[in-house]
Design a protein around this ligand. Structure first.
Ligand code: AP5
Ligand code: MG
Length: 247
């Protein structure tokens, strides 16, 4: 398999929030699922801090690859610009390779993968082969009409930090709070591409809700609440899961 050097976990930054990871040791293998604009990236940033997990967001990995013009980026660009999914065989190998790394040996947070039933099957089989399992699939639910408004106001930094012009503005307009880089609009946040991405979500990704519910792994969160409320709910759920696992 090709080696994609752009695949790296984005390690948790330090914060004053007490790290739950310091208090417990059991493995947490988490997946964030939800429609485009549900707040997966927004919540992931907080959860990686809470639980000290390496973070793999396939959208960020693919956008980096496109920006660097790598083999992976060349394969993915056309699909992403159209709001389509990249083919399963392109993305599955990338993620399985990342999860097999030392960094992910004691847990991980996935955002944007799996996104199809074949991707979910491949992930389940790969984890089972090495005696690991998914801890929980965290579904952030948001209706379509809210999504369009959210995504048209989204701005992102070069490193992938997410803002919203109204709901989560940076301290200085147009600049990232963390590294001062210019904030830009994603190419796929045009209204017609947003509608296409939503259709693709309902058609190809939503079947995973039943898939993981049937495996008793699904946890639902109301993504129309504020980012802080959504975070509080997810963090409490994950902390409880981990405690239950240790008992
Ligand atoms: P990807 O980057 O994963 O895009 P996505 O799933 O469409 O999700 P988004 O990143 O758009 O939304 P999000 O849920 O992260 O929301 P965010 O936190 O930014 O994938 C892009 C493309 O890559 C795909 O279309 C596909 O082509 C390809 N791809 C990726 N993975 C693939 C895979 N596995 N297989 C095949 N192809 C794949 O928040 C959105 C906005 O809302 C922000 O402005 C934020 O500030 C704001 N916000 C967040 N939470 C709230 C809240 N609670 N209230 C108000 N505003 C909020
Ligand atoms: Mg995202």
């Amino acid at each position: 398999m090709a080696d994609f050097p752009e695949v790296r976990g984005q390690q948790a930054a330090h914060s004053n929030v007490p790290a739950i990871a310091e208090q417990a040791v059991s493995e947490l293998n988490l997946i964030l699922v939800g429609p485009p604009g549900a707040g997966k990236g927004t919540q992931a940033e907080k959860l990686t801090e809470d639980f000290g997990l390496p973070y793999y967001a396939t959208g960020n990995i693919l956008r980096d690859a496109v920006a660097q013009g790598t083999e992976l980026g060349k394969k993915a660009k056309e699909y992403m610009d159209a709001g389509d999914l990249v083919p399963d065989e392109v993305i599955i190998g990338v993620i399985l390779e990342a999860l097999a790394s030392d960094e992910a040996a004691e847990g991980f947070l996935l955002d944007g993968f799996p996104r199809t039933v074949p991707q979910a099957d491949a992930l389940g089989a790969a984890l089972q082969d090495v005696g690991r399992k998914i801890s929980a699939v965290l579904l952030i639910d948001v209706p379509d009409e809210v999504i369009v408004k959210r995504l048209s106001g989204r701005r992102v930094s070069r490193a992938g930090r997410v803002y919203h012009v109204d709901f989560d503005p940076p301290k200085q307009e147009g600049r990232c709070d963390l590294d001062g880089s210019e904030l830009i609009q994603r190419d796929d946040d045009k209204p017609e591409t947003i509608r296409k991405r939503l259709a693709v979500y309902h058609d190809q990704t939503e079947p995973l809700v039943d898939y993981y519910e049937g495996r008793n792994l699904l946890r639902r969160f109301d993504g129309t609440r504020t980012p802080t409320e959504v975070h509080d709910h997810i963090r409490a759920t994950v902390a409880t899961l981990r405690l239950e696992d240790e008992l």
